[in-house]
Design a protein around this ligand. Structure first.
Ligand SMILES: [Zn+2]
Length: 414
């Protein structure tokens, strides 16, 4: 059994739903914090739970290089290793190979690349990237794709899109043959968590799988829980190629579809246009995931366009640079103007940081290069993103999604 999306309400193009995974259910539309190396930089899993994060991302490229897939697999997969019992998604490594390796060499077979850590040479193919993701054991894993650079000639974009389609078919074939090998599957291949406890213990089938929405449905057991492999639509900034990529990916058949190859340097308006266009060619009954976006305004906008899942390093990365998202616009906490400011960072935010600390204190921590600055800033930014999506979901439930944008987020201030 793979993940399934129960759509509870549709308002305009926006959808309110529940994504059922082997590690709990996720309310959608959802923003997924990025935990690159099995850690959302700056904050602990306890804090993530407190913030209400329902799913986090891990990056296959980074985890493959360090600590290595076999180490993670032996320790119960990512769930056991990082002690996170909620859902996890891993990317295929394609994007990092693209963005961190100028010397990569792409052939039909796969990609040869150099480790950004020590310069050593490695090779990812659709098969080996899928094998790595099975070993890491996330609930949702991604087909190996080529992220097309921007800008690119149309012929180059076409070749890249066609390569991604062939790789998607190979990823799926490998996945179907090996999906029983996930560290937490019920076929006798159960791993342990970092403390040596059986990993199975920590991932009982969620109660939601016995949801009244599925009367008479059999209660799943571990043995029928598997990871889910999502397909990725590429096609650069070309509408025709995006449509063709969507059709070819759908023809291969996946339980969910992602829109990749965006936020690679193109103007924001083009990103939005491609999201809207591509989402319009994806099946209505399957989860739709736009990878690597965006600002608070953008995630609201994309949710309104019918996107169910999004991830971005922006809230965590910006936090570490003292850039904070608030209901009143962006705040650069390093500025001297906050040195004597006794007010909360965001008077409309109920996160622990805004309830307790002043702008002056946050500014002081940042100026003093204290580790706590990164922790507190990250807590607030993630809280702001997760709250934003909570409000979006509430608005959709009331049929008011289009009013949300202007009333809650007034846009960045200069
Ligand atoms: Zn806050």
């Amino acid at each position: 059994m793979s993940v399934s999306l129960q759509i509870e309400k549709v308002s305009g193009r926006a959808r309110l739903g529940r994504l059922l995974t082997p590690h709990g259910e996720i309310e959608t539309p959802v923003f997924m914090p990025v935990g690159t190396v099995a850690s959302v930089k700056g904050i602990s899993q306890e804090m993530l739970e407190e913030l209400g994060a329902q799913i986090v991302l891990g990056n296959t490229y980074h985890l493959y290089l360090r600590p290595g897939v076999e180490t993670v697999r032996k320790l119960g997969g990512l769930h056991g290793f990082m002690s996170w019992n909620r859902a996890i998604l891993t990317d295929s490594g394609g994007f990092q190979v693209f963005s961190l390796n100028e010397l990569r060499k792409v052939t039909e077979e796969g990609v040869t690349f150099r480790s950004h850590l020590d310069g050593s040479t490695h090779f990812f193919s659709p098969e080996s990237a899928t094998a790595a993701q099975i070993g890491l054991g996330a609930d949702i894993i991604m087909a190996f794709d080529e992220c097309t650079e921007y800008p690119a000639e149309q012929e180059r974009v076409r070749e890249s899109m066609e390569l991604t389609a062939r790789w998607a078919a190979r990823s799926k074939k490998y996945f179907e043959e090996h999906k029983g090998e996930v560290p937490w599957s019920g076929n006798g291949h159960v791993g342990t968590d970092a403390l040596g406890r059986p990993a199975q213990q920590s991932c009982a089938p969620p109660a939601s799988w016995r949801s009244p929405a599925q009367p008479g449905a059999a209660v799943p057991t571990y043995s029928d829980q598997t990871q889910s492999l999502f397909g990725i639509v590429q096609g650069g900034m070309d509408r025709g190629l995006r449509k063709e990529s969507a059709e070819r990916t759908i023809e291969i058949g996946f339980p969910g579809y992602a829109v990749g190859g965006l936020s690679v340097g193109e103007p924001r308006e083009l990103t939005r246009e491609m999201v809207e266009w591509t989402v319009g060619h994806l099946p209505a009954d399957k989860p739709r995931y736009v990878m690597g976006v965006g600002t608070p305004e953008e995630i609201v906008e994309y949710a309104n366009l019918g996107v169910d899942m999004m991830d971005c390093v922006l809230p965590t990365r910006a936090a570490r640079h003292g850039l904070l998202f608030t209901s009143e616009g962006k705040v650069s906490i390093k500025q001297a103007r906050y040195a004597q400011d006794a007010g909360p960072l965001d008077p409309n935010c109920s996160c622990g940081v805004c309830r307790r600390y002043s702008r002056a204190y946050l500014r002081h921590l940042y100026a003093s290069n204290e580790v706590l600055a990164q922790v507190l800033n990250t807590i607030h930014n993630l809280s702001f993103y997760l709250d934003t999506m909570r409000r979006v979901r509430h608005s959709i439930s009331l049929g008011e999604e289009s009013r949300f944008l202007s009333s809650v987020w007034s846009g960045p201030k200069p």
